[in-house]
Design a protein around this ligand. Sequence first.
Ligand code: PNS
Length: 167
Amino acid sequence: MSERVRRAVCPGSYDPVTNGHLDVVVRAAATHDEVVVAILHNPAKQGTFSVPERVAFVEHAVAAAGLAGTVRVEAFADRLLVDVCRDLGADVVVKGLRGGTDFAYELPMARMNRHLTGLETVFLPGDPALEHVSSSLVKEVCRYGGDVDGLVPDEVRDALVARLRAG
Ligand code: PNS
């Protein structure tokens, strides 16, 4: 008898991945057979990093965490998360919550996804040590010369400095 694979999706824009994102991915990998980091993007909107760059940052961090066999990274343009999850055969969406603001943002999306296809969302409490870490804040701090060491992987820190402080 074949056992059902429990496949979770960790969706986001990951522009760029932070150590907060990675904490959630690692914990999702500990509780599921497979995890897909789904980088969802709108091609009409230009991010700080290109989609291939975002994918590479996550792939390198996942490999460094020894999770390349459990976690894979895929990018999706202009797709509903529920359709992505259906195509991937994913049971559940896993997202981290840093606090009440995240909850207010995430709850309607979780309810909408459940309304659309029954897709469930599991929320993991964010690590309090990373509560202040978001892609947008890290970019702002870096742009104006602040130190983002320890908030993102070293490769991402170096890329942020090169991208945001150049010129
Ligand atoms: O990095 P973010 O901003 O937390 O990511 C939000 C994201 C990309 C996960 C969310 O906007 C999303 O699921 N977008 C895909 C389009 C979609 O399904 N929209 C309806 C959500 S109920």
